[in-house]
Design a protein around this ligand. Structure first.
Ligand code: SF4
Length: 371
């Protein structure tokens, strides 16, 4: 009996000449397996990982099963920066990347000799879709004096047009260092994250006008009402959220920073403004604490207002088992494009490695005007 997988219509914004046009994409979310099928799929995956010399790399936003299984089998669940680093450094010849397309592409760019498989290669991201390379290149051409800084959530082609790559866990430090060395910045694609970085650093920045369909939906008024009901709760917000939501936060940061804040802050209750996939890790690591989802537009209808990324939801156990079994859905990136796209990724990885080792990471950023 064949299973019908529903196709969900997803709206996203496409910046056009300073305004935003609404576009449509789709997501195909696999049905939840029953308890027996779930256990069978998990044991099949465990066996196949060994047979294929493969390791799982999962994002915090994917299904809890894919997070737990990755950790249980020696893989990783983390943010996109750590996923990239782990995949590059792990000795396995095959990486199964559960996340969205740019994560698979980044893994391939960093590990061209490894086989990169994705449970569903059509899993995308509104930031990536909303920043097509031709329009983005034209935008860059209008600002030849600016250093091009792009977020990880972009295609390989957009990365190949960039000087620096950042994730939400290192954007502040990298933009700060660039500013200190006299760089004016062209930022893409997330406007909220870019604005947040500008407010924090005072850097001279121009922005691409993209947004994440999940974080863009958090609502400040509803959040402030929820805060009144939970006066002791700390509010943790991902910086892809709108500025009025960020303004209400006790801590702002990447998924890893949110996890750290939840662990370290002296509170029993937390309101979380990021994809609801994060709740699994937050609750597992902090059993005595309560985590409440920040309000979005409501439960009335769309993927845009449910605080869970429809493309992240495309990753499932059956997809992982299928790609391991058949080798389907392998990710390829044109080698010439990959070579150029690797440059900004390597810069970011070197910068963050220096930061982590307590070395002067700013020394890796060239001074503007230096010979
Ligand atoms: S949660 Fe937002 S930024 Fe992350 S993959 Fe989905 S659309 Fe992209």
């Amino acid at each position: 009996m064949s299973v019908v997988i529903p196709i969900i219509d997803v709206e996203y914004e496409q910046p056009v000449g300073g305004t935003c046009d609404t576009r449509h994409a789709w997501a195909r979310v696999p049905p939840e397996p029953g308890p027996q099928e779930r256990e069978e799929l998990k044991s099949r995956i465990r066996r196949l990982l060994e047979e294929r010399n493969a390791v799982m790399v999962s994002h915090y936003y994917v299904h809890p099963d894919l997070q737990d299984l990755a950790e249980e089998t020696g893989g990783l669940v983390s943010d996109s920066l750590e996923m990239a680093r782990f995949g590059r450094d792990h000795p396995a010849s095959t990486l199964v990347v559960s996340g969205v397309r740019f994560m698979g592409e980044t893994a391939k760019i960093l590990s061209p000799d490894k086989r990169i498989l994705m449970p569903d290669p059509d899993a995308n991201c509104s930031l990536d879709l909303g920043c097509p390379v031709d329009e983005f290149s034209a935008f860059c051409d209008q600002h030849p004096d600016r250093t091009v800084v792009v977020y990880a959530n972009t295609s390989a082609a957009v990365k190949a047009r960039a000087d620096w790559l950042v994730t939400s866990s290192c954007a502040l430090e990298i933009v700060s260092a660039l500013k200190d060395k006299g760089h004016k910045i062209l930022w893409a694609p997330d406007r909220h994250l870019g604005n947040y970085i500008q407010r924090q650093t005072g850097a001279d920045m121009v922005f691409w006008n993209g947004a994440c369909i999940v974080h863009d939906e958090f609502k400040a008024f509803e959040l402030s009402e929820l805060m009144k009901e939970h006066p002791g709760a700390k509010v943790l917000v991902h910086p892809e959220s709108p500025p009025d939501v960020i303004a209400l936060a006790d801590a702002v940061g990447s998924t890893s920073a949110i996890l750290k804040a939840a662990r370290e802050m002296d509170a029993r209750e937390f309101i979380i403004a990021t994809d609801s996939g994060m709740m699994h890790k937050l609750r597992t690591l902090n059993p005595g604490k309560t985590f409440i989802e920040a309000p979005t537009g409501g439960n009335s209808a769309t993927c845009k207002s449910c605080a869970h990324c429809p493309w992240m939801a495309m990753n499932g156990l059956a997809g992982v088992a299928h790609v391991l079994e058949t080798g389907a859905h392998e990710v390829f990136v044109d080698p010439k494009l990959a070579e150029r796209a690797k440059l900004p990724i390597d810069r970011m990885l070197a910068f963050t490695a220096a930061l982590r080792n307590g070395e002067p990471a700013g020394a890796l950023v060239p001074q503007i005007g230096a010979a």
